[in-house]
Ligand binder design. Structure first.
Ligand code: SAM
Length: 216
């Protein structure tokens, strides 16, 4: 099942109406604990960069950041913010599909994804991981923050009791990950360095799995 167009429309409309509640999620503390393993002089690709919060945090650490998202209205707005807040040369946003990344082989030292892979259909996971492999330099890192299967309750769904971890709401797919799914998805070319699950009481006790992988 390919839900590219319906998902893109969902995200476009949600950002336009300002109901993108995930943009208020704050995982910065845990994220920084993982980001310290990434060389701070490198170039990083932020997949599904949204409003760009994490892109700016990485730039503030000294990294050069490219944020990639298919919502053009948002990448244009973000680039305006870049100009007005002295991020020029340190952060740039591009419009494009994370499953067909518009950059050449071995362009990046690291790839981060905060809450985007969880909306990619499992039939596309192979394409997703191969694209990351292609654009990462040897020894490059992936840092993922995605919904965890340990989440007890999400709307009418009980991820912890489910076998597939797939849930659909308002046309958007949510996948709640188990550690072994992430390990298996990337086992062809990456080593899993570190993984942790954190539960966030301020966002309805949702649990997220943080994973750091390194390209072999
Ligand atoms: C849940 S939001 C997370 C946004 C941001 N990382 C954050 O933490 O606020 C997922 C983002 O991925 C983008 N996205 C989803 N699928 C995509 C695709 N195939 N190509 C490019 N962007 C995509 C959406 O537009 C959205 O901005």
């Amino acid at each position: 099942m390919n839900n590219y167009s319906s998902h893109k429309e969902y995200f476009e409309q949600t950002y336009r109406s300002g109901s993108d509640i995930w943009s208020h999620n704050n995982y910065t503390k845990q994220f920084l604990d993982f980001a310290k393993y990434i060389p701070h002089k490198g170039t990083v690709l932020d997949l599904g960069s949204g409003r760009g919060h994490m892109s700016y945090i990485l730039a503030d650490l000294g990294m050069k950041v490219i944020g990639l998202d298919y919502v053009q209205e948002l990448t244009e707005k973000n680039n305006q913010f870049v100009k007005e807040h002295e991020y020029t040369g340190r952060v740039a946003f591009k419009t494009g599909d994370i499953l067909n990344i518009l950059f050449q082989e071995e362009s990046f030292d690291a790839v981060v994804d905060i809450g985007t892979l969880q909306h990619i259909h499992p039939t596309e996971w192979q394409k997703y991981s191969e694209e990351i492999f292609r654009v990462l330099k040897p020894g490059g890192f992936i840092l993922l923050v995605e919904l965890s299967r340990k989440t007890e309750s999400f709307l009418s769904f009980k991820p912890v009791q489910e076998t597939t971890g797939n849930f659909e709401y308002e046309g958007l797919l949510y996948h709640f990950f188990e550690r072994k799914e992430i390990e298996e998805m990337f086992s062809f070319g990456f080593s899993l360095i570190k993984t942790e699950i954190h539960t966030f009481p301020e966002i309805n006790n949702q649990s997220y799995i943080f994973s750091l992988l390194k390209k072999k």
